[in-house]
Design a protein around this ligand. Structure first.
Ligand code: PLP
Length: 454
């Protein structure tokens, strides 16, 4: 038994190599290297099976916003498991945890969103969005509105509809996606795609947003159900849009009668310095898929926050929505979500992101921008990115074959900090409970890593 009889690192690596097929991993390559075995964590620090302490600059996978070792959440989940480990929310039943969490979510959601549909992950949340938006247009007497527009390099999950909504070329190539009925426009990636256009960042933001209007014209307004995007693209490489982008997207959706879906799976629950990334950019979406920070990763859970605009007609006209998951509103997950939400509120962590962490990260990452390996650094809220460059003056990249990002990621861990590499972009998303001293330490580890890379 793993917990009562710990074994050696080599034992865990061997069983893992023999039997575990890892997500988004070249499993044979990993088996040859041996997976790092993470055994415990506290605050912002991970401990591995060899006793090394590593600062978690990614909050797990963008989720452990309130930090590791939060006894309040552990106790809430334990109490819930003792009292009622499971009951469904189908068929005329609810339970106190789901009822209380749905009310708490409605209180922190934008004022026009008063309802949540519970799922178990961000991917399921986006599959739910796909079905819900189509039912909405049926109820509105416009059943031809079926097509979804997403963005190249966007990420909305790994289930079939979520992967079709997303624009990850590798995922699409492997499984014949996207399905018919999905279209994509370009991302507002200034550093990667905008600098050579002769446009200013704001002009570029507008031009990329206006691709949506052109795509709607091409497909026919009567055929388009919704546009989906992350307020800040996370897995694509922390792509922070120019300020002009989101208001223009919102205008187009409003004028062309297209539902606006803001995928808040990463940006939600305070990451950008307000409760929602869409709030940071001043837009009011019709649907918001959520997950990750919803429970700070202490239990798997996702959901969709639903505007009155969508909920009203569907409830009135469709009656039953033939959709749901056995674990929708799972009691232990809802208890974890409530406890995590209380921590965000009681410790004023969203305000802390806005007033303390975001400005300090902007300063620290700004201080790395003149490093000879760096083409650009950027931050928004408590998200950051470092663009590695072979020639910072021209922005020339290293090229895939060099694998600078992957090498940087490995050096970074050796320096005691987890950052993720997306190509040659190093990305960062630390827990909200990191201290200011720890942030200085984090920046020192990042600089040392860049020095080592040079
Ligand atoms: N949406 C966004 C914006 C994400 O970043 C992710 C995961 O990283 C997902 C959806 C999918 O969430 P999950 O992995 O919980 O299915």
């Amino acid at each position: 038994n793993v917990l009562s009889n710990p074994r050696s690192t080599a034992d865990y690596q061997a069983m893992d190599a023999a039997h575990h097929w890892h997500p988004f991993t070249d499993t044979a390559d990993l088996a040859a290297k041996g997976a790092r075995v993470i055994t415990s964590a506290q605050g912002v620090w991970l401990t591995d099976s060899e006793g090394a302490r590593i600062m978690d600059g990614m909050s797990g996978l963008w989720c452990v916003n309130v930090g590791y070792g939060r006894e309040e959440i552990v106790e809430a989940v334990t109490r819930q498991l003792r009292q009622l480990p499971y009951y469904n929310t189908f068929f005329q039943c609810t339970h106190p945890a789901a009822a209380e969490f749905s009310e708490a979510l409605a209180q922190v959601a934008p004022p026009h969103m008063n309802r949540v549909f519970f799922t178990n992950s961000g991917s399921e949340s986006n599959d739910t969005v796909f079905r819900m938006a189509r039912v909405y247009w049926d109820c509105m007497g416009q059943p031809s509105k079926k097509i979804f527009i997403g963005r190249h390099n966007g990420y909305h999950g790994s289930t079939a509809a979520a992967a079709s909504l997303g624009g990850m070329s590798g995922m699409h190539a492997q499984s014949g996606l996207p399905f018919p009925g999905f279209a994509h426009i370009d991302q507002p990636y200034w550093y990667g795609e905008g600098r050579d256009t002769g446009l200013s960042p704001e002009e570029f933001g507008l031009a990329r947003a206006r691709q949506l209007e052109a795509k709607i014209d091409e497909l026919g307004e009567d055929n388009v159900a919704a546009f989906i995007a992350e307020p800040i693209q996370g897995a694509g490489g922390v792509i922070i849009p120019p300020e002009s982008y989101w208001p223009e997207i919102a205008r187009i959706c409003r004028e062309r009668n297209i539902l606006l879906v803001a995928d808040e799976v990463i940006c939600g629950f305070g990451r950008t310095g307000s409760w929602w990334g869409s709030e940071t950019y001043g837009v009011t979406p019709d649907l918001m898929p959520i997950a990750k920070g919803m429970t700070s990763g202490y239990q798997p859970m996702g959901g969709v926050l639903i505007s009155d605009r969508v909920a009203g007609p569907v409830m009135e006209k469709a009656g039953e929505f033939y959709h749901g998951y056995t674990y929708s509103g799972h009691p232990a997950a809802a208890a974890a979500g409530l406890a995590s939400l209380r921590i965000l509120q009681e410790e004023k962590l969203v305000e802390r992101v806005r007033d303390v962490l975001a400005p300090k990260l902007a300063t620290l990452w700004g201080g790395l921008a003149d490093h000879p390996m760096v083409g650009e650094t950027r931050t928004r809220g408590f998200l950051g990115a470092i663009e590695l460059a072979k020639n910072p003056a021209t922005g020339e990249r290293f090229g895939e074959e060099v694998g600078a990002g992957a090498r940087c990621r490995d050096l970074c861990v050796a320096n005691g900090l987890v950052m993720r590499a997306v190509g040659d972009t190093m990305i960062l998303c630390p827990p909200f409970v990191i201290t200011e001293d720890e942030m200085d330490d984090m920046a020192a580890r990042a600089r040392k890593t860049l020095d080592d890379l040079a």
